[in-house]
Write a protein of this length. Structure first.
Length: 133
């Protein structure tokens, strides 16, 4: 092969690599960003959840100045739901992040190996090229 042909093939490979980069973000970076966005949104609402719990407690007390049996029952359910929500955030998140980041790393490793596989044949082609035409 002529050197010019080999260099043309190398250029085409780099165009293909650019296309792969465009498609890669949806497989790894966007997955992490979406996970962080959901988690941030959840954490962002914890103060609101706690505030709603406090307002519900105050509403139950303001009816009669003290809590009757039905108000205590209602308030207990609200508090239990709030506690469950906060516990869910604390228990699930670390494992979710571990899996998400591991997926990101695996995808990146696979992606960059595929780029090396695309480029490597061109080294041999350059070594075998005969002329500058």
């Amino acid at each position: 092969k002529h050197l010019g042909d080999v260099l043309n093939e190398v250029g085409t490979t780099f165009v293909n690599i650019g296309d792969k980069f465009d498609k890669q973000t949806e497989k790894d970076l966007e997955v992490v960003e979406n996970s962080l966005w959901v988690q941030n949104g959840t954490l962002e609402h914890v103060p609101e959840i706690v505030r709603m719990n406090k307002l519900a407690s105050e509403a139950c007390e303001s009816k009669s100045g003290s809590l009757d049996e039905s108000s205590i029952s209602r308030l207990s359910k609200i508090q239990a739901a709030t506690l469950a929500e906060v516990n869910q955030i604390q228990l699930v998140s670390p494992e979710k992040y571990k899996d998400t980041v591991a997926t990101l790393l695996r995808e990146q490793i696979s992606f960059f190996r595929s780029l090396a596989d695309m480029l490597e044949p061109h080294v041999a082609s350059l070594d075998r090229s005969l002329t500058y035409n």
